[in-house]
Design a binder for this molecule. Sequence first.
Ligand SMILES: [Fe+2]
Length: 292
Amino acid sequence: MNEASPWRGTDVGSAARVSRFNVPDLGVGVGFRVPHYSYILEHRPPMDWFEIISENFMVDGGSPLYHLEKLLASYPVIQHGVSMSLGSEANPEHLARLVKLANVVQPAWISDHVCFTGSATVNSHDLLPVPYTDEVVDHFVRRICEVKAQLGRVFAIENPSSYLGWKSTSMSEWEFIAQVVERADCAIMLDVNNVFVSSINHGFDPITYLDAIPADRVVQIHLAGHSIMDGYRLDTHDAPVCDEVWELYAYAIGRIGSVSTLIEWDGNIPEWSRLSDEAHRARELRAASVCA
Ligand SMILES: [Fe+2]
């Protein structure tokens, strides 16, 4: 697997970190996106691992699975979802298709978001915030336990970016996530850009957030670029990671340890070499953090 990557197997951080889930530190990866399919599959460029959006491959065949099988032959692949809608009622058909894909990919973990995407009859196609209350903690714990039972593998929840909150909210987002992961015994996919975006939009200290996250439950970190509009930070994934988020990332891995990291870049997708450079910057910060 992945002879093409000079970084795979160097394991810069795994020895420095103890995760309760016994998952590997894969290094730094990027999202598997259509503009790069041909280049990646023809040239197998150095990259530690790839993340796929599960829903793009939950099909019975055709081009998506053709490309996925070629990717799996050369790189470790992790699944990340956008449609589980943990804040809503369960969708058994979605979960069944996710399980089917996971049996092909065999990922070390699977993640989805702390959000809801709609109701039984309406799909917003967006990751909407939920109220952070005891009742919603109960709901997430129930949903996540059902998902874990079906998947039979490590499941991680990702902190969302948000632009507004609910009046009924009675605890901070980091308190909500800490309670849910403890009671559901699940992992965390920590999106450092989302922490920063929400910290600006809601006026909290991102360091307080990072300090409150149970470090031994973090199995992956997301980094991404965002945009600014009318004083708000928007999680657009269409730009390089900004300096403030790089600083927070360095702080996060200083506290958590070196953990599998993924660059998300989904709009204005650059040439492969630019994306690879962004991944390499994260790789250098991981190495510096372990040596510090
Ligand atoms: Fe993310």
